[in-house]
Design a protein around this ligand. Structure first.
Ligand SMILES: Cc1ncc(COP(=O)(O)O)c(C=O)c1O
Length: 490
């Protein structure tokens, strides 16, 4: 069957063993997106035409039962007040607030490939990055540099820069930015990363990289890079904002020192929702207090920024001012977590736990390949006309990418293309000046979503090209060389 046909997309959806998950999410309708007011009818599964939402790399969609979970939390607060902290409730699946963070770590640990004791749900991504650097970045006269990528997400760049200043270090000589060897290709090969590590190895204290690069969608070889940097005596941390819930991870087995992530992208926990933190078990150990002649010695553990929530539960309400860290990542917590946030995390994990990251990855590989194939067909068609409007900058090798493909448009087309997509009820995101990121999330996106996107994108490119050519002719329209399968879209 012609892969450009609607029937092909339909057939792929029918054969998709994970297709039922879509019903567990609220897909905004096109009318919802266009409306300037909120809808007051809470029945979101309406008859209106669904939008094509391919933006889970930015903000994941709302699981259908999140509202019920949040209402349950509000009911508990309303009817139990402070008792909600301690007393289990027979008809609620939510843990007493004292234990809400413990309640989610086991399921989150499965998603990042960690032991439960290595994961804490706490704070937010950049905050966790700071907390981890305060615990793991210990510059000395011999080792004081931090290596990160030149195109790191700005928050990571600011965090590293401010940590260096905090230690009184010269930023220009302490912050090593990995730039791509060629300006025309933003991809950072593993060999290139390792060569930069080699160049600075003896002076570097910390390597910080993203699991999946936010702009290009490149998935890094976390296992090899971690092992190599550690073999040179460098501590390794990963920002997993775009990797968690997107690709399978094995943080424990890869021996990663620490990792941080957010939960609002592929994890679908809502905007600004609470973050996650991984601390390898070897860094979370707390030695028992030794009792010596002068009384008890303090427990030994990795120094960190401390708060009462990281202290053992028995000590939390004892008010002794004696910090006794919980062994593992939980001992790095600071404050009592937002229960509203963790309730959203619980709701999301209750969807994830019905499948596995391996199953999701299988679907994701097919879905993103389908997107790539349709885009390749469109490029060919455009090349036969007035020339291609775009190129794909994400690696073509499926092992080097997650769900997202990033498309680089010819200069000057972005605004028009984005406007047209919005008019057609297609949601993707832009990175100025010229990049569009398209992320089919395997939990809720369908092959039909991908088909609809490429159909709308084709028209958007035609329109944008016509606008950018004042004579008003889009050569693509005039050549008569369109792929047969796309004829229905004209
Ligand atoms: C790669 C990356 N790092 C850091 C951040 C900042 O996250 P937060 O605002 O939750 O600290 C983001 C946000 O999208 C991100 O994509």
């Amino acid at each position: 069957m012609d892969i450009n046909s609607r029937e092909h997309a339909k057939q792929q959806d029918e054969q998709d063993p994970l297709r039922h998950f879509r019903r567990q999410f609220i897909i905004p309708s096109q009318a919802d997106l266009a409306r300037k007011t909120l809808k007051h009818d809470t029945n979101h599964h309406n008859q209106n035409e669904e939008s094509t939402y391919l933006c889970g790399n930015s903000l994941g969609l709302q699981p259908a039962h999140t509202r019920t979970y949040l209402e349950r939390y509000l009911d508990t607060w309303a009817s139990k007040g402070v008792y909600g902290h301690f007393k289990p409730i027979d008809d609620s699946n939510l843990a007493p607030w004292m234990n809400v963070d413990d309640d989610v770590v086991e399921d989150m640990a499965k998603i990042v490939g960690a032991k439960s004791s290595e994961v804490a749900i706490m704070q937010t991504l950049t905050m966790n990055l700071h907390l981890m650097m305060l615990a793991f970045f210990k510059p000395t006269k011999q080792r004081w540099k931090i290596i990160l990528e030149g195109k790191a997400f700005p928050s990571d760049h600011y965090a590293v820069e401010s940590q260096l200043r905090h230690h009184g270090l010269d930023v220009d000589e302490s912050m090593i930015l990995i730039e791509p060897p060629s300006k025309d290709n933003p991809i950072l090969s593993t060999e290139h990363i390792l060569s930069i590590i080699d160049e600075h190895a003896s002076e570097t204290a910390l390597l910080l990289l993203p699991g999946v690069q936010f702009y290009t969608g490149q998935l890094f070889d976390m296992n090899s890079i971690t092992a190599y940097a550690q073999s040179k005596g460098i501590t390794v941390g990963w920002d997993l904002a775009h990797a968690v819930g997107n690709v399978p991870l094995q943080l424990h087995d890869w021996n990663v020192d620490f990792a941080v992530w957010c939960t609002y992208k592929y994890m679908n926990c809502g905007p600004g929702s609470i973050g996650g933190c991984f601390v390898h078990e070897r860094h979370g150990r707390v030695s028992p207090r030794a009792v010596g002649a002068d009384g008890e010695d303090p427990a030994e553990y990795r120094p960190r920024m401390a708060g009462w929530w990281g202290s053992s539960k028995s000590s939390r309400f004892a008010m002794t001012n004696r910090f006794e860290p919980i062994p593992g990542a939980a001992g790095f917590q600071i404050s009592n977590p937002s229960v509203a946030d963790i309730t959203s995390v619980r709701a999301s994990l209750d969807v994830f736990k019905q499948t596995s990251m391996e199953e999701l990855r299988q679907k994701s590989l097919k879905l993103t390949q389908y997107l790539e194939d349709l885009l390749a067909g469109l490029t060919l068609e455009q090349e036969n006309g007035s020339g291609a409007c775009f190129s794909t900058i994400t690696p073509a090798d499926p092992a080097q990418r997650g769900a997202q493909l990033s498309v680089l448009l010819k200069p000057g087309l972005l605004d028009s293309v984005m406007d047209s997509l919005e008019e057609d009820g297609v949601v993707v995101d832009e990175r100025r000046p010229d990049v569009i990121r398209i992320a089919p999330a395997p939990l809720y996106n369908s092959f039909m979503d991908v088909f609809n996107f490429v159909r709308a994108f084709r028209q958007a490119c035609e329109k944008a090209t016509a606008i950018s050519k004042p004579q008003g002719h889009s050569a693509m329209v005039n050549t008569g060389k369109e792929n047969k399968g796309w004829s229905e879209v004209k």
